[in-house]
Design a protein around this ligand. Structure first.
Ligand SMILES: C[S@@+](CC[C@H](N)C(=O)[O-])C[C@H]1O[C@@H](n2cnc3c(N)ncnc32)[C@H](O)[C@@H]1O
Length: 301
């Protein structure tokens, strides 16, 4: 079973290989765990998870990384993300869910000539309006200064709530939504999360994300895997995250399986192609706090 106090940052754990030979399930106690005990245990884990979100300064676990920049996003998100971002015009909108300190948006809005050479995905000329969302407030002085100098609501930072708690009017619609180790990896209600994301996307828009520690679409993961997000169908048979996503109406889903990263990771692009989106519902059956947490979901019949 994974450890909540593991200090390996998500960033450092991707792209290294492992050579352990035991196959781990998500939760050592999965089999035979009595139904009536599950909810108090899950509630305890939710409390631990809240502590991770609320941690400040030296108390932030070193594995809870909140400062990835745009270059990191370019490396971690599916092919096509930078091009799609580059095509946005000044009246278009980009939402970054689980933005942490929102460094990726700050990099996107770096004054021309200020960006370190070799930075990926940078942009000159027109830039879209950008909204950073985080459960906890992690805005920096840098952000405040940049937001003030840009004016006109070009960049916004939303904190204090989860994605599902915002009304459609509060957020509006977006051409691009990203999530790098944000809500998609952390939420306790994955189907509701995806439903909400898709409701905020314009038809033709794209959601770019990744999910570590999953059964890969290409089935090439190695032995010795520590799974973080496990799905099962209504009969309890394993389901892959990509096959579940491909059951959603009105979207085109592309998955890039990364079997050579430390944790088998799926890079996911979902393009909304019509408005009647319908996401097959899943319920949470197990949760273990962490960064990201361990989760097991079951599809509802
Ligand atoms: C590990 S940090 C990642 C930050 C940033 N994307 C990065 O890569 O540096 C996780 C972020 O996801 C946010 N988060 C988790 N679940 C969320 C949800 N359901 N809605 C909004 N934000 C969420 C957390 O508040 C935090 O900002």
């Amino acid at each position: 079973m994974r450890s909540v106090t593991s200090t390996v940052p998500e960033w450092k754990t991707v792209k290294t290989t492992v050579a352990v030979v035991i196959v781990f399930g998500l939760f050592g106690l999965k089999a035979g765990w009595p139904q009536e005990s599950a909810q108090p245990r899950i509630d305890e884990e939710f409390t631990k998870q809240e502590k991770i979100y609320r941690s400040r300064g030296a108390d932030v676990p070193s594995g809870y990384v909140t400062g990835r920049g745009l270059s990191d996003y370019a490396e971690l998100l599916p092919t096509g993300f930078c091009d799609a971002l580059g095509r946005l015009g000044s009246s278009d909108r980009w939402l970054d869910i689980g933005a942490g300190a929102a460094q990726a948006i700050l990099d996107y809005y770096a004054p021309e000539g200020d960006a370190p050479s070799g930075e990926k995905c940078l942009r000159t000329g027109a830039r879209a309006r950008a909204v950073a969302m985080s459960i906890e407030e992690r805005r920096t002085d840098n952000w405040r200064q940049r937001a003030a100098s840009l004016g006109d609501d070009r960049i916004r930072y939303l904190a204090g709530k989860r994605l599902r708690q915002y009304s459609p009017e509060e957020l509006g619609k977006f051409q691009i939504i990203t999530d790098v180790f944000g809500g998609f990896s952390y939420t306790e209600d994955l189907s509701q999360f995806v439903d909400k994301v898709l409701s905020l996307l314009e038809v033709g828009g794209g959601f770019y994300t990744l999910v570590p520690g999953v059964h890969l679409e290409d089935g090439k993961e190695k032995l010795g895997i520590l799974y973080l997000t496990e799905l099962e169908d209504a009969a309890g048979r394993p389901e892959k995250v990509c096959s579940w996503l491909k059951k959603i109406a009105c979207v085109q889903v592309t998955c890039e399986s990364k079997s050579d990263w430390k944790r088998p990771t799926e890079l996911i692009n979902i393009r909304k192609v019509c408005s009647d989106v319908s996401v097959p519902r899943m319920k949470l059956v197990e949760f273990e706090a962490g960064y990201p947490p361990g989760r097991r979901f079951q599809l509802e019949p």
